[in-house]
Design a protein around this ligand. Structure first.
Ligand SMILES: Cc1cc2nc3c(=O)[nH]c(=O)nc-3n(C[C@H](O)[C@H](O)[C@H](O)COP(=O)(O)OP(=O)(O)OC[C@H]3O[C@@H](n4cnc5c(N)ncnc54)[C@H](O)[C@@H]3O)c2cc1C
Length: 359
């Protein structure tokens, strides 16, 4: 291996790869961070930023353990990142309100909340006055509502901006527009090559290319088949409202609303199995807008000022793919699907401690 080689190469500079990179650099490793596009330019740019096990998990499985652990880690992760980067991060533990419009929805919410409480996801039923006090903008009747005090939100674009600054300050070499095509493994090293034939060598590498992770060939030593990564497209839309018009996240089924501190308010979402189609579909945007208006009638007169789509990194595996590839020098960190913003701190902590041998 050339003497100027880094200790570790991270392939993919989304929130997952960039968080692992930052942790490794803080531990004193020389790290090169590669991205086919730009740092934080894909799913981690598109994501809404709900840190909300309450809206996502209702069974005891690997997602639950990781979600709760990462939720606990978030305040320190944000504080350290702000301190080291000087970038201010829009993070709030605002809670979430889950709304039911009729008795059937209300029963479903009540049973779900009862399943979640013993799992460590607390919630409280709300009456009409609680609801109007907590969400004055909610100007319609509800059959029921539950408050999830632990849920929070963050602007993931702030996080990736901060990760970039903090990593640069820690001497990470960042190469954008560098699309890895092949990873060659030997017993104690990794070689990463792009489509132009340029190659980098290191003692360890992390495959964190999100929905694209399976496009990169892995060869050299025999490994069990790696879980397949694939994209699940999601649209979001945005409104510019006055700041503090919405406190907690508001949810009903697959529709949600959350507000950044600036007042920018995000409505979501869709779940589409259409491969890497980047187009913004006007019909899907209309559907989200209609559902958002039904959830919060105050939005009906408001103009949609932004609409965008991104690719959630799904994988053929029971949980996110966050592990060493057998006993090779390659670690896998992809498949975080709908929860990669939430799961960044726990993934970075676990993978970086395995690589540095402090796990
Ligand atoms: C609409 C939507 C809403 C979401 N809302 C939430 C939410 O509220 N809360 C939450 O926790 N999660 C949410 N998510 C999911 C979350 O955004 C993702 O799980 C997370 O961003 C995944 O991060 P990542 O770093 O794995 O992937 P990405 O951010 O996609 O990063 C992968 C990087 O790899 C790079 N890359 C690809 N191929 C190569 C290659 N060959 N060589 C080098 N680099 C390569 C890409 O350019 C990209 O920058 C949402 C996602 C979407 C789309």
């Amino acid at each position: 291996m050339p003497s100027h080689s880094p200790d570790a190469i991270i392939i993919g500079a989304g929130i997952i790869g960039a968080s692992i990179c930052w942790k490794l650099a803080r531990a004193g490793l020389r790290v090169t961070l590669l991205d086919a596009g730009t740092v934080g330019g894909e799913a981690s740019w598109a994501g809404a930023g709900m840190l909300a096990p309450g809206g996502e998990v209702e069974t005891r499985d690997i997602w639950l353990d990781l979600a709760l652990e990462s939720q606990r880690m978030y305040p320190a992760y944000v504080a350290e990142l702000e301190a080291e980067s000087g970038v201010s991060i829009d993070y709030r533990r605002c809670g979430a309100v889950e709304i039911a419009f009729d008795d059937t929805e209300c029963q479903a919410l009540t049973s779900r909340a009862a399943l979640q409480r013993p799992l460590g996801i607390p919630s409280q039923p709300m009456d009409r006055s609680d609801l109007h006090r907590m969400v004055p903008a909610f100007d319609r009747d509800a059959a029921g509502a539950f408050f999830y005090p632990g849920d929070a939100m963050v602007d993931p674009r702030d996080i990736t901006r901060a990760l970039r600054t903090a990593s640069s300050a820690a001497s990470v070499e960042i190469r954008e527009g560098w699309r890895a095509a092949r990873i060659d493994l030997s017993a104690d090293a990794v070689r990463v090559e792009n489509s132009r034939g340029d190659a980098l060598h290191a003692a360890a590498a992390v495959l964190a290319a999100g929905a694209w992770s399976s496009e990169i060939a892995v060869s050299g030593i025999t490994l069990p088949e790696l879980p397949r990564a694939f994209p699940v497209k999601g649209h979001l839309t945005g409104y510019q409202l006055s700041p503090r018009t919405l406190g907690p996240i508001l949810r009903r089924g697959h529709t949600y609303l959350l507000q950044r501190s600036s007042g920018f308010t995000i409505a979501g979402t869709s779940t589409e199995h259409v491969g890497f189609d980047r187009s913004v579909d006007a019909q899907v945007v209309r559907d989200i807008t209609a559902r958002a208006g039904e959830l919060l009638p105050a939005l009906e007169g408001e103009r949609v000022v932004a609409a965008w789509a991104g690719f959630r990194p799904a994988a053929d595996s029971p949980g996110p793919v966050s592990q060493r590839a057998a006993d090779s020098r390659l670690w896998l960190a992809y498949g975080h699907y709908r929860n990669g913003i939430l799961l960044a701190p726990v993934t970075a902590d676990r993978i970086s401690r395995e690589i540095t041998g402090t796990a």
